[in-house]
Design a protein around this ligand. Structure first.
Ligand SMILES: NC(=O)c1ccc[n+]([C@@H]2O[C@H](COP(=O)([O-])OP(=O)(O)OC[C@H]3O[C@@H](n4cnc5c(N)ncnc54)[C@H](O)[C@@H]3O)[C@@H](O)[C@H]2O)c1
Length: 338
């Protein structure tokens, strides 16, 4: 039974890098959310997160938190390969789940998660955090003013100097490195603009510039949709001057979104940040936590059955399908990446 007048009780599962953003978001939204527990197979990590963010209890096993009647929802921040198993167990235990991107490693796993959510009548939402920005919300609300959509360009280039966590090192090209870690953000934007349609063609080419990992760290994806509409995506882990640019070409205007904070129609600025954005061209120079707070509010609204912009499991399955098509294309087109 979801209460509308009291905050939802959250447990975070997987206390690594991204868990800190979720913990800060929960603590930043005390009117709707409480952090009541944290879980990590490595207990020391769970203890560290609990101490930093004031979580009252620590577990080293998922089942222990799933057995707790006072936990309403799980934020799942485990490595990609564990998302499906952990989400399905949490849903079966009656918990709502906000799962980090990518939803799953395979379409079959994403479909199994969706079935589990439907069967349990619980919310399963994706952590497509970079969608929860003011410019993207503005685009969603105003796109009808600009006529027919023709093309989308996304360029998201950052600089990671080698693996940020040990499991990045071992991801094969079949698993996808940048294709599974970063392409979900870029393709989510494309999917949002194309309102969930699947493209007719997906062509991806990948390359590797760094030797500290086995997978690809640079990719270009070209997509063709019915009616001649096109999209292109460039993602990189090798760009020292950070680029985050999304451009949508309509018949009557061009909408461009820069650094996740600014939106322009042609040259006219229509959205600018409410808070200082730091230095978005430098790694670590940009504060993202407001996106996590917005995402959390949307998730709680979905759980409460009120109007929301969460990315729910049906959309997640479509996005997983699109992502797998891109990874499969990259494997066919570039058997040698070096
Ligand atoms: N939304 C974003 O922008 C964003 C950014 C970074 C990472 N992510 C996603 O978040 C997820 C976690 O990434 P990360 O960088 O924080 O990784 P991480 O390795 O830092 O954290 C993962 C944690 O999970 C724990 N863990 C592993 N197996 C476990 C198990 N069986 N039970 C409980 N805990 C277990 C590990 O000990 C580790 O502390 C990934 O799916 C990643 O794609 C999303």
């Amino acid at each position: 039974m979801v209460r509308h007048d009291t905050p939802l009780n959250f447990a975070i599962v997987g206390c690594g890098r991204i868990a800190r953003q979720h913990a800060a978001a929960i603590n930043g939204c005390k009117d709707i959310a409480n952090l009541v527990g944290v879980v990590d197979a490595d207990r020391a990590r769970a203890v560290e997160l609990a101490e930093s963010f004031g979580a009252p209890s620590v577990h080293d096993d998922l089942d222990a938190v799933l057995a707790r009647a006072d936990v309403d929802a799980i934020v799942l921040c485990t490595p990609n390969a564990l998302h499906a198993e952990h989400a399905i167990r949490a849903l079966a235990a009656g918990k709502h789940v906000l799962v980090e991107k990518p939803m799953a490693e395979s379409v079959a796993d994403a479909e199994a998660m969706a079935i589990a959510a439907t069967r349990a009548e619980r919310v399963l939402a994706l952590g497509q955090t970079l969608r929860h920005t003011a410019p993207i919300r503005w685009l969603q609300d105003h796109r009808k003013d600009f006529g027919r959509l023709r093309a989308v360009e996304v360029s998201m280039c950052v600089h990671w100097d080698g693996p940020q966590v040990p499991w990045w090192r071992d991801r094969s090209r079949e698993d996808g490195l940048i294709m599974s870690l970063f392409a979900p953000h870029a393709l989510d934007f494309v999917q949002l603009v194309f309102a969930g349609e699947q493209p007719l063609n997906v062509h991806a080419e990948t390359a590797r510039f760094q030797r500290a990992w086995a997978g690809e760290d640079e990719a270009m994806i070209l997509l063709r949709y019915p009616g001649g509409r096109l999209a292109q995506v460039h993602i990189s882990y090798n760009q020292k001057f950070i680029v985050d640019r999304k451009t949508v070409h309509f018949d009557d205007a061009m909408v461009s979104i820069e650094d996740g904070e600014y939106a322009r129609v042609n040259d006219r600025l229509v959205v600018e940040p409410e808070l200082p954005v730091g230095d978005p061209k430098r790694m670590g120079g940009r504060d993202f936590n407001h996106y996590f707070r917005t995402q959390l509010r949307e998730f709680v609204a979905a759980v409460r059955g009120t109007s929301h912009r969460s990315v729910l499991h049906e959309e997640g399955v479509q996005l997983t399908r699109l992502l797998r098509r891109a990874i499969d294309s990259s494997l066919r087109n570039a058997p040698q990446i070096d």
